[in-house]
Structure formats: structure tokens, C-alpha cells
Design a protein around this ligand. Structure first.
Ligand code: MN3
Length: 203
């Protein structure tokens, strides 16, 4: 669903319409973010890997192969951003948010002590990521953890399993919330999180 087997990579289909997250995320924000930003990462990545060995590798493989290689930073940044954005769209849904249920709820309680504790840690990570980046819920050695990453960086590069993410680049929220990143994070948790997707990622 998120990974793609080889180039040319495509802008993935969305699991809902671009206005489906209104009023919490506007169609205007969505169309710039998906149609311009995400699309540009796909186009750039295809140009960069064309005619190279990486054209035969999957999106995840490209991320792992180029991570930490400064001569391939451009490829890494675009591949990771294609992956991160695809993951972000699935991390939300219309009428989402609130508390998780089932296996994902049990796992959150087991890993953080309570859902409230998880929320606190996730919000802090997302709010304190300095400049552009992402906050993540990841599965690492069997337990759930919160991480934040800068710019295009992704826990997938280090073999961790992504469960949920929020994009905290300004382009993700500026049109709707201006500089109020904490309000955007609250809206994500209260109205947008797709816990069914998070639960599927546990497996
Ligand atoms: Mn973005």
C-alpha cells in the first residue's frame, strides 16, 4: 500500500476525497500538499533514479540503500518524502481521531501506560521537532515508541516499522493554522487519526 515495487513511482491514489477531511484539514491545504508537494517528490525521484541500478529497487529498498550516503542525499530525500507522505495520508481518515480500540489500544497501554501518556509524548515530539520534520509512532523490538525525524528522515531507513505519522512541515498546516502548530497537532489527534490503519500496521 505504501511501498512501491520499482520505478517509475507514481503519486498513490488517496483513500478518500481531497475535501473529505474538512473542516479539520482544508481541501486547499490538501490539494497543495498532495498535488504539488507530494507530486514533486515523485517526479524528482523518478528523474534521479532513471537509468541507474536504483530504478529496479523498491521505494523502501531505495530509502535503506541511500540512507546516510551524502552523495545520494537528493535521492534519499525524495524517496523518503514519497514514502512519508503516502504513509501520512493513510494515518488520517474522515471522522477519525479519539481513542483507539482493540489490539492497537492494548499495545499503546502496554507500551506507554495509558492513552493519555501516549498523547502527551506524541504531542511533545510533534511540537518540539525544530523546523521541518515528522513525528511517528513506531514498532521497535516489539514495543511502541515515539520518534521525531528532521526534514525527510524516516524511521523506515533504520528498519523500524511505522505505525502512524504526522507531517509537521509548515506546508502541512500553515494555510489552515498559520503558526499554531500545537492546534494542528490537537486537531490531528482529536479528529483525524486513523486507528484502524495503525492497527493494520502492527502486523
Ligand atoms: Mn509534507
Amino acid at each position: 500500500m505504501i511501498n512501491q515495487p520499482k520505478a517509475p513511482f507514481t503519486l498513490p491514489q488517496l483513500p478518500y476525497a481531497q475535501n473529505a477531511l474538512e473542516p479539520h484539514m482544508s481541501a486547499n491545504t490538501f490539494s497543495f500538499h498532495y498535488g504539488k508537494h507530494h507530486n514533486a517528490y515523485v517526479t524528482n525521484l523518478n528523474k534521479m533514479v532513471e537509468g541507474t541500478d536504483l530504478a529496479e529497487k523498491s521505494l523502501e529498498e531505495i530509502i535503506k540503500i541511500t540512507a546516510g550516503d551524502l552523495s545520494k542525499a537528493g535521492i534519499f530525500n525524495n524517496a523518503a518524502q514519497v514514502y512519508n507522505h503516502s504513509f501520512f495520508w493513510h494515518s488520517m481518515k474522515p471522522n477519525g481521531g479519539g481513542g483507539p480500540t482493540g489490539k492497537i489500544a492494548e499495545k499503546i497501554n502496554e507500551s506507554f501506560g495509558s492513552f493519555e501518556k501516549f498523547k502527551e509524548e506524541f504531542k511533545t515530539a510533534a511540537a518540539t521537532q525544530f523546523g521541518s520534520g515528522w513525528a511517528w509512532l513506531v514498532l521497535d523490538n516489539g514495543s511502541l515508541k515515539i520518534e521525531k525525524t528532521s526534514n525527510a528522515d524516516t524511521p523506515v531507513a533504520r528498519g523500524k516499522k511505522a505505525i502512524l505519522t504526522i507531517d509537521v512541515w509548515e506546508h502541512a498546516y500553515y494555510l489552515d493554522f498559520q503558526n499554531r502548530r500545537p492546534d494542528y497537532i490537537d486537531t490531528f489527534l482529536n479528529n483525524l487519526v486513523n486507528w484502524e490503519f495503525a492497527e493494520k500496521c502492527l502486523i
